[in-house]
Design a protein around this ligand. Sequence first.
Ligand code: ATP
Ligand code: MG
Length: 335
Amino acid sequence: MAMFSKDLGIDLGTNFTRIADSAQVLVEEPTIVAIEVFDQKMVAVGQEARDMYGKVPDSIEVSRPLKNGVIADYEITETLLEYLLQRVSGSMRIFRPRVMISVPYGVTSVERRAVYEAVMEAGTREAFLIQQSLAAAIGIDLPINSPSGNMVICLGGGCTEAAVMAMYGIVSAETLRSGGLDLDDAIVNYVRRKYGVVIGQITAEQLKIRIGAAVPQDTENSMEVQGQDQVTGLPRPITLTTGEIIEALQDPLKQIIETGRKVLEKTPPELVADIIDRGVALCGGGALLRGIDKLLTKSLGIPAYLVDNPMTCVVEGAVKSFSMLNVIRRNLPQV
Ligand SMILES: Nc1ncnc2c1ncn2[C@@H]1O[C@H](COP(=O)(O)OP(=O)(O)OP(=O)(O)O)[C@@H](O)[C@H]1O
Ligand SMILES: [Mg+2]
């Protein structure tokens, strides 16, 4: 039996769920499920469900089962995991995998338990939880096996986590329960306040990704989007610039900086000295925001750099951690 079993890493993120084995990322789908309200039947999962967002009748509900990095809807999460695991493992009754699933550092024991139960119910043989920062550090090959400080900041869709690690464990960390989606919301609010126009969250995300930045850029870009006039309710196109997006993002960016600062404050000075030498690794989709490395370098006084695999390092590290299970196990969150 064990001969056929498989080890998988899972990154159950607010925006994306990723599953990997030791060779590659097998699944990368938006953490979104569409269900028939009447009989709670699943209509679509992942990208297919995301395409329905804001475009379906009341009989179908398109929902994100995770909020700010933690499970908000248990049933839907379990259905999603079961479906995706089924897709990678085939008949799970026979080949039930062993999984390492990431959770934000600052989650409660109830929230941890929910993740554990959901992934076990979804049909796995054995499940371990791992803090997402630790998984990220392993996924980007930081030398966490040594008694010296390594720092990462994970800028996810629903949460932001900064952590310092040494000797296979977390020394200090902070989880901010807000992330990329809150940046999108900040853009929606800015546009409403400034122009009296309502835009959708997905449109706001496109603005952020295409023309957004954390600090002023050499070239200003602009983009036209369709909105809805708040007073007349009629469609109204507006054009936004990079500078405006930077302005819109000020508050959530300050919170991100504050999260990094709090972690450094709690970190023993010897480890801070290592981090000043090595820099802080930025991962998660939010690390792709133009200039966020510059902003964090300047505000934290430590060189911040974008890693090569910002979106997949957590899932890659999760599965890789099986190879060091005997040493890492004592530092994993218990359920
Ligand atoms: N080029 C980009 N610029 C800015 N933000 C980006 C870019 N590309 C992706 N993002 C943002 O990254 C976020 C998704 O990142 P990621 O996949 O790491 O999140 P997640 O793991 O699902 O969430 P979490 O870890 O918080 O639960 C989204 O908010 C998305 O808008
Ligand atoms: Mg994540």
